[in-house]
Design a protein around this ligand. Structure first.
Ligand code: HEM
Length: 196
């Protein structure tokens, strides 16, 4: 179970890097620097870039959807969902998922080839900036959620949330503890947290 969780975390972080990083690079480097110029050459360059970027976007969306759904499912199954501050955490998660879906749709259209996609691509500057801003907002919401769940007053310290998630069978090694709780603060799962 420990490694499954680590794999979901890797998937979520790598998906985020690929989606947000590639959009930011396109917006602030390729578009702002007018790298493609104009005319036929610009169109050819865009077409060759679009296909590759679309594959990267699809892969990141898949990684984020699978790992995000798995994380949510694990939280519900372990009871962790009842321990986070009622209302605040759940509201933030709902908002995060809603915004994430908007970002997925926008990024799919901006790298797609349907008629609607082509219409949006005519105003690339506007839509790519909106996508990046919304995606950064999603990352910021995730940061608040993570801190909220760590410092929750509902948190029963005798049963660390993260140990509940993974049916405890053994003590974590210091190395595992550092990987799971890199920014451990008072109120987060203690060193003696157990993991299967
Ligand atoms: C644009 C799409 C998304 C981005 C950029 C994003 C980004 C992030 C980041 C950076 C984290 C913190 C990861 C960590 O510290 O290990 C996170 C956590 C999380 N994400 Fe996402 N995410 C996205 C979509 C989703 C979706 C679609 C779901 C659900 C279906 C989801 C559910 C979660 C959950 C449950 C957590 C754990 C929060 C916690 O530990 O309290 N995410 N996300």
């Amino acid at each position: 179970m420990f490694w499954l969780l680590v794999i979901f975390r890797w998937m979520h972080i790598l998906g985020t890097i690929a989606l947000v990083g590639s959009a930011l690079f396109y917006w602030q480097v390729l578009l702002a620097g007018n790298v493609f110029g104009s005319g036929d050459n610009a169109n050819k360059a865009w077409q060759s870039l679009r296909g590759r970027w679309a594959r990267l976007v699809m892969l990141s969306i898949l990684l984020l959807l699978v790992s995000g759904t798995a994380n949510t499912f694990l939280m519900v199954k372990s009871g962790e969902f009842k321990q986070v501050p009622a209302g605040v955490y759940h509201g933030l998660l709902a908002l995060k998922i809603g915004l994430a879906i908007v970002v997925f749709l926008l990024m799919s259209f901006l790298t797609g080839k349907t008629a609607v996609a082509q219409r949006l691509q005519k105003n690339m500057q506007l839509w790519i900036s909106i996508s990046v801003i919304l995606a950064v907002l999603v990352v910021m919401l995730a940061g608040i959620m993570k801190s909220t769940s760590c410092t929750s007053s509902n948190h029963d310290k005798s049963e660390p949330v993260l140990s509940l998630r993974h049916e405890p069978t053994r003590l974590l090694s210091p190395c595992e503890t550092a990987m799971i709780f890199p920014f451990q603060t008072v109120g987060c799962a203690p060193q003696t947290a157990t993991f299967s």
